[in-house]
Design a protein around this ligand. Sequence first.
Ligand SMILES: [Zn+2]
Length: 119
Amino acid sequence: MKTKKTKTLPKTTREIDNGGVYKQSVKCGKKNCKCARGEKHVAYYFFTRRNGKLTKTYVRKAELEAFTELVTESKNRKKEYCVERMTDAQLIRNMNRLARERDLFIKAARGIYEGEFEI
Ligand SMILES: [Zn+2]
C-alpha cells in the first residue's frame, strides 16, 4: 500500500477523528549527516484517510504539542458521542474497525508499507 504525502494538516474534526500522530525515523538526505550512518532523525506525522487513501502529513515540532492535544480531544469527544448512541453490536463492530485501523496506522508509521523515505 502506498501512503500519500500531504502538506497541510487537517482542519476538519472528521479527518482528525480518523487519524493519529505517529513517530517515524527518517533520513534527511544529506550525505554527511549522522542519519546517513544509521543515526536517523525523529519526525512526527499525522496519518489519516482522505477519500479512502491513507495519507500522512509532517507535523512540525512547533505544532506537535498543540496538534496532538487537538487529536486527543477530538477522539475523546467522538468516543463519548458514539458510545451513547450505539447498540452492543454496533459498539463491537466499531471497536473491531478501530483496532484494524490502528494496526494499519502502526504498520505505516513503522514504515512497513513504504520502507525508508526522505523528508
Ligand atoms: Zn540527516
